[in-house]
Design a protein around this ligand. Sequence first.
Ligand SMILES: NC(=O)c1ccc[n+]([C@@H]2O[C@H](COP(=O)([O-])OP(=O)(O)OC[C@H]3O[C@@H](n4cnc5c(N)ncnc54)[C@H](OP(=O)(O)O)[C@@H]3O)[C@@H](O)[C@H]2O)c1
Length: 249
Amino acid sequence: MLTGKIAIVTGASRGIGRAIAETFARAGASVVICGRKQETLDRVAAEMGGAPGAILPLACHVGRADDVRRMVEETHRAFGKVDILVNNAGTNVAWGPALEIDEERFDKMIEINLKSAFRLIQAVAPGMCRRSSGSIVNIASIAGLRPLANSMVYNVTKAALIMMTQSYALELGPKGVRVNAIAPGFVETALSEHYWKGEDRRVKLVEQQPIRHLGQPGEVAEMALLLASDRGSYITGQTMVVDGGRLIS
Ligand SMILES: NC(=O)c1ccc[n+]([C@@H]2O[C@H](COP(=O)([O-])OP(=O)(O)OC[C@H]3O[C@@H](n4cnc5c(N)ncnc54)[C@H](OP(=O)(O)O)[C@@H]3O)[C@@H](O)[C@H]2O)c1
């Protein structure tokens, strides 16, 4: 499905990003995996070995403009182009009551969850537009559609990412580039551990949704594959909810 395609997946050292990178590589793409630590990425790349697509581990703190620039340059040096960009790296360092959040954490959240996507799109989309071909997938959250308690800034960054997705989709569609978002519900990763760790919490959480299991990273990756590949050729500007039916319950 992705043979010959070059993808960058941010935050691919674990969780949803890693599952997306693995799924893309299995589908034949060459994938640049990014995270903050080279050592971790090297280990992950070695574990992914054997997929049809090549894996290139490149350390990059997505909140740092120089890191982003270097990663995109190295990707071009290695592969000559970028066909698919997945803005997945995200954090929730501002978890807690809204009135206790200071400006430093507010700014950090904007930098990592939102501005990083802007920086990366600005860096890779011009090449996609020149080739009239590309797919950008932003990993938002159902928290960007309906607020999660004690996560005010997280909610704001994800809602803004959804609007960023729609705005770029409008302008880049005529140039052959599709831009979509995925809004996962609760997925079993380190980021959401607080909500599901422990049998009681886990049972309570899944009983609140029609699909009675906690989302797995691979279930989000399947949606990313659809959006990244030509099978999603008529889809742009959308926010695909992958939440086990949580939002409708
Ligand atoms: N899990 C859920 O329930 C859920 C639900 C909705 C949306 N999401 C979204 O899905 C995305 C992935 O989350 P996850 O659940 O897979 O979280 P995770 O397991 O904590 O993984 C986060 C990834 O982001 C990377 N990362 C964090 N800060 C970074 C930075 N400054 N620069 C580069 N990479 C950075 C981490 O790598 P290093 O630590 O190695 O740098 C890691 O690979 C996030 O955008 C999150 O908001 C998750």
